[in-house]
Ligand binder design. Sequence first.
Ligand SMILES: *Cc1c(COP(=O)(O)O)cnc(C)c1O
Length: 372
Amino acid sequence: MADISIPTNLLPADGRFGCGPSKVRSEQLSFLASLQPGVLGTSHRQAPVKDLVGSVRSGLLDLFRAPEGYEILLANGGATTFWDSAAHSLVEKRSQHLAFGEFGAKFGKATGAAPFLEEPDVRSAEAGSRSQAEAVAGIDVYAYPHNETSTGVMAPVVRVAGDAGALTVVDATSAAGGIDFDASQTDVYYFSPQKNFASDGGIWFALVSPAAIERIERVTTSGRYIPETLNLAGAVENSRKNQTLNTPALATLAMMDEQVRWINEQGGLAWASARTAESSHVLYDWAERTAVATPFVSDPNHRSQVVVTIDFDESVDAAALSTALRANGIVDTEPYRKLGRNQLRVATFTAIEPDDVRALTASIDYVLERLS
Ligand SMILES: *Cc1c(COP(=O)(O)O)cnc(C)c1O
């Protein structure tokens, strides 16, 4: 393959289409710079940093149109750490997990490995499709991803009508801030900031209901051994004081704060959701009309508006395609590493301009004509 040079007029203004860490907006960096020296490099136990945390927490409550009594929790560690926290201090006896991709399955593995819990009820589905939650007696947590980042499948946020007191716990890592939903349908809506919030990794956030807070209190006083860094009761106590158990990344919080403010100012979650729907449709429509490409997710109702996966027929080497794009500054279009498909995966997160997604399709067309 000779080097393919995409003409500048076809290229997107910003070539970052990865699923996380994802495109950071320049305005977020300007905001970060404005916190020097007042906030950056200062104590996380003093007002300037606590006010920043408070601003993120109240901005998220606005963004999610949180029902009365819901709170925002945060702690160090990211969504992966949240799974261990939930296994230790949220699941009482037995959880049900929808596993229709890597991330949903991983939470099921975390509860499956916990010796103090019963074997979880894991409902799997082929990559590219999705499984269905079902009320089962004795289940106290129903868990599923709002958006399965590994495959580009999204699921509606709806409560599972199980036993009284059962909680609905949604992994919103790649959905939060990019897909509209009704918060009253969940008890825990948790996520990391490096996807639609265009920030950096290392912290998890969660919108939690009063029922979830009550559950955390019950499980954490049950006598079970819970490591301090994983104890959600500590996250409740510290978050209410706008702090974390140990030192958080201030730059991550700052970039998060600016992104939440930007989305709220633009029109909130409804605006963000319309924008990601527009961007993703550009790609799905392109794949439908391109002979060598097909949307990987066959049911249009399951197709994600924030992570688009496109399969290529065998006449196209998708790995060579993403390599050629990368050489032209269009990065991170490779598929999820463990999926092993002849595919491109493209994030259409809120920070990404729909016009840049249009330019991406023009750039792909240009490369396709010259690959072989
Ligand atoms: C990225 C991602 C995770 C993992 O997030 P970390 O911050 O790396 O722990 C979990 N779930 C989903 C759906 C994701 O997209």
